[in-house]
Design a protein around this ligand. Structure first.
Ligand code: ZN
Length: 136
């Protein structure tokens, strides 16, 4: 499946830089003791930005649901249809969600409840992106 090449901005650059080191990081508010993803300018709880830092995650999660796309608006993905869109909850903070096409998993046969582990794919020179793989 063709992958979008990330164009990091000021908010997301620490996330993409961490991916390049094969680490999955999320924002963390030290004041609220709260993780957040995707990255935002300020903490969604206290509204302040100066308590935000970045925290490495376990890179483990669980599939909590999925859908199947039949009518994507992303032209590059049209030839791949239909494809899975799994929702993954981060192990240590299930409120943090990631999405995955789960390469190798047949369409509409996503094992909800299965454990997954992050891995990293190179989509451009020196740019890795996270992808998820089912683990026992
Ligand atoms: Zn906060």
């Amino acid at each position: 499946m063709p992958r979008p090449i990330p164009g990091p901005d000021a908010q997301s650059k620490p996330f993409w830089d961490a991916c390049n080191e094969r680490k999955l990081k999320v924002q963390y508010c030290t004041y609220c003791n709260r993780r957040q993803f995707p990255p935002e300018q300020a903490c969604g709880e206290c509204g302040w930005d100066f308590h935000l830092s970045w925290l490495e995650t376990s890179g483990r999660g669980k599939i909590i649901g999925y859908s199947v796309t039949h009518d994507t608006r992303i032209r590059a993905w049209a030839p791949e249809q239909p494809f899975n869109n799994a929702v993954i909850a981060l192990e240590e903070d299930p409120a943090i969600k990631f999405f995955s096409n789960l390469p190798g998993v047949p369409v509409d046969q996503v094992p909800v409840g299965a454990k997954v582990q992050v891995e990293f794919l190179e989509v451009a020179p020196n740019q890795l992106i996270p992808e998820w793989r089912i683990v026992p």
